[in-house]
Design a protein around this ligand. Structure first.
Ligand SMILES: Cc1cc2nc3c(=O)[nH]c(=O)nc-3n(C[C@H](O)[C@H](O)[C@H](O)COP(=O)(O)OP(=O)(O)OC[C@H]3O[C@@H](n4cnc5c(N)ncnc54)[C@H](O)[C@@H]3O)c2cc1C
Length: 577
């Protein structure tokens, strides 16, 4: 999103010239809206939990969501010329919204989710209705979760009873549903009372303004509205049915595939804004006659936070390319996506933790963006599937990824103004273990001149040895605690691969790559030690774990130059008061 791959997003210097004119106009209009509002008011309204009706009015007037969230095939109204589903520009918008505040991002995000089952539906009338509602400036909602069932969405208690005229009445409750207070259309997941098993699933559309839609409460104390709602005999006609049977379940999973991608960029935006505040504060705070940033441990924390943040951006940006180039024969995005979800967002937490230990009390103050970031950053790993659920997903790809590479045509950088049609035609959500990948070793080989990439490659190779020589036994294969730790080790290899690919595509300075891999080497070591300590690890596995521990290649001059990059960010951005 910015042309220097090691730069943070800065509203003052933001250059959207890689996008078409209307996209540039809208992204800059969003920045102007927030900067025009000013920091004091933005933060006050967050603390006072003010519903952001004016932001939604702005978005409606500019046809922001209508432009970004209407696929070309559904184009409608004044914004039709610029309407397409373009994952690259969606990522840019998501980062900007996260940068100014997670609640603003959230209303956009659940609109993405709410639209998923609609755009995936064969119901022309419902899709047309959605395009009209978007054009009028409505937001949407995604009604999957229920209070009692968490990740176990199979157990839905939203029941559709046939009404004898080809339709149904729907009765049941939904919980944690964003935008449920205002959504023009809510996509709701339920099951038929008269059909057992997967054939009974139904995705249907409801209107939050209907009299049979009871808005119970906002379950969180926040500006964003995360609703509990109930349907009591809500009439569902054929025109409202989006999907039935196993397709309804696939639509749920495929929608989450599209939606959960936005969490990584939100996390990046939150971490970026926080970074500016933290370095500016720390560098200007004098203790014992010296800036706080003279402390060695403070510099180490900032350089680590910076390296982690740049890696988050590189991985996410490269994942966009795989998303946009996906098709029935190339489903690699299904691995990269849960990694954006669980790894990039967990890294966001790490960045905030590192910064917070430095700025300490300042991070509580009500005039900082940082104070909000400390809790908002925590949300992203937990929403739309927890870290565990996504890590369990990641594991399904491990054998083919590590041991059975296949040739693919190179995937280029995808910032073109294409409509990502495949995302709404992903097909059945099964068969993950059959997805094949290009050779992960290629990216590592190409960066073999970077000392810490070499060191990390030794660890990645060690992981393949582990899986060959002392793999999880039958009991361990049922032991998620053990397996998820293996999943973390594997995730690091994939993470490093896409970081390297993006570094190469963007000409990122090798010193930054080296610093990123300094972090990854230490992270791999710590997960190896964790595996060593797992209750069921065998003597061979313990021995393997300790042998996979590495110390990164130390280079004080490199660290010094990285620090210079970091400190140059002091004062580089402050939101308009
Ligand atoms: C602010 C907010 C907004 C939200 N917005 C929406 C929304 O708009 N629409 C919507 O439908 N939902 C929404 N959600 C719900 C959210 O997606 C769920 O919270 C999330 O899917 C996890 O469910 P849970 O928190 O109930 O955890 P649970 O499912 O109760 O999980 C409990 C524990 O079990 C683990 N676990 C569960 N299943 C597995 C598994 N298969 N493998 C490994 N570990 C597992 C989990 O990791 C977790 O540690 C929202 C939630 C919040 C807090």
């Amino acid at each position: 999103m910015t042309h220097d791959p090691a730069a943070l997003f800065n509203p003052r210097t933001f250059d959207a010239s890689q996008f078409d004119e209307e996209t540039q106009r809208l992204l800059l209009a969003v920045i102007d809206w927030f900067e025009g509002r000013g920091k004091r008011r933005l933060l006050e309204e967050d603390l006072d939990r003010v519903w952001y009706a004016d932001f939604l009015r702005f978005a409606a007037k500019e046809k922001l969501f209508a432009t970004f969230q209407t696929p070309e095939a559904e184009a409608f109204g004044a914004a039709a010329g610029a309407q397409r589903w373009d994952t690259a520009r969606n990522a840019a918008l998501s980062e900007i919204l996260g940068f100014y505040g997670l609640p603003y991002w959230y209303t956009w995000q659940v609109t993405v989710l709410g639209l998923g089952p609609v755009w995936m539906s064969g119901n022309d009338e419902a899709r047309e209705r959605a395009a009209h509602l978007l054009d009028e400036g409505h937001v949407f909602a995604f009604g999957l979760s229920e209070k009692e069932h968490g990740a176990d969405v199979y157990s839905t208690d939203m029941i559709l009873t046939p009404d004898g005229n080809g339709g149904f009445t729907a009765t049941g409750g939904k919980y944690y549903i964003g935008n449920g207070n205002v959504a023009g259309m809510v996509s709701v997941f339920g099951r038929r009372a008269d059909v057992e098993g997967p054939d009974g699933y139904v995705f249907f559309a409801v209107d939050s303004r209907h009299e049979k839609f009871e808005l119970v409460q906002n379950v969180v104390a926040s500006q964003m509205y995360v609703s509990e709602f109930k349907l009591d005999g809500y009439p569902v006609t054929e025109a409202d049915i989006l999907h039935t049977g196993a397709d309804a379940f696939s639509a749920a999973l495929n929608t989450v595939n599209v939606g959960k991608f936005n969490l990584c960029t939100a996390s990046v935006g939150i971490a970026e804004h926080s970074f500016y505040e933290a370095i500016t504060h720390a560098h200007n705070r004098i203790l014992y006659g010296h800036p706080v940033t003279d402390f060695g441990h403070v510099r180490a924390s900032f350089v680590d936070a910076y390296a982690r943040l740049i890696a988050m951006k590189l991985f996410s940006a490269r994942a966009v390319d795989y998303f946009r180039s996906a098709g029935p024969e190339d489903r690699r995005y299904l691995l990269f996506n849960p990694i954006t979800k669980m790894k990039v967002t967990s890294e966001g937490e790490q960045v905030i933790d590192l910064l917070w230990d430095v700025i300490a009390a300042r991070g509580f103050e009500k005039d900082t963006y940082f104070a909000g970031a400390t809790h908002y950053i925590r949300a992203l790993p937990k929403l739309e599937g927890t870290v565990h659920v996504n890590l369990a997903l990641v594991l399904k790809f491990m054998p083919n990824y590590l041991f059975a590479p296949q040739e693919y045509a190179d995937v280029p950088t995808r910032l073109d103004a294409a409509d990502d049609t495949f995302l709404f035609q992903q097909g059945p959500a099964r068969g993950l273990g059959k997805v094949r990948f290009h050779d992960w070793r290629t990216a590592y080989r190409q960066a073999a001149g970077v000392p810490n990439v070499v060191r990390f490659t030794e660890q990645a190779e060690a992981l393949t040895q582990f899986l060959t020589d002392c793999p999880p036994d039958e009991a361990q294969q049922q032991d998620l605690d053990f397996l998820l730790n293996v999943g973390q080790l594997f995730t690091l290899v994939v993470y490093g691969q896409l970081v390297l690919e993006q570094a190469q595509l963007t000409g990122l300075d090798d010193e930054v790559v080296d610093q990123i891999f300094d972090v990854l080497v230490r992270d791999f070591s710590s997960y190896a030690v964790a595996l060593h300590g797992k209750p069921s690890s065998t003597p061979a596995q313990q021995e393997w774990a300790l042998s996979a521990v590495r110390k990164p290649v130390v280079d004080a001059a490199r660290f010094g130059r990285l620090w210079e990059r970091v400190v140059s960010l002091s004062g580089a951005y402050e939101m308009r008061p």
